[in-house]
Write a new protein. Structure first.
Length: 78
């Protein structure tokens, strides 16, 4: 069940910077706060973008551009 949280006595400067950040990300102030909190408590085992890219390259996974050829080869092999 969702829980309501509140932040009291936030300094004006912090709030102003947070509002600008929310605007840059096309979010409401509340949406930006939730995104920040989610990032702060994200699963430590989750991969960063760079780590994920490294895994993809190490596994030799194919790009979407190659998908049609991969599917065709699979179908022709049946």
């Amino acid at each position: 069940m969702p829980v309501n949280l509140s932040i009291k006595n936030a300094p004006d400067g912090v709030v102003d910077r947070l509002r600008r950040r929310a605007e840059r990300h096309h979010r409401s102030l509340q949406g930006e706060l939730l995104a920040i909190i989610e990032e702060a408590v994200r699963d430590e085992d989750a991969l960063t973008h760079a780590e994920l890219l490294s895994v993809v390259r190490r596994l030799g996974l194919h790009t979407p551009a190659e998908s049609a050829a991969i599917i065709r080869a699979d179908r022709d092999g049946r």
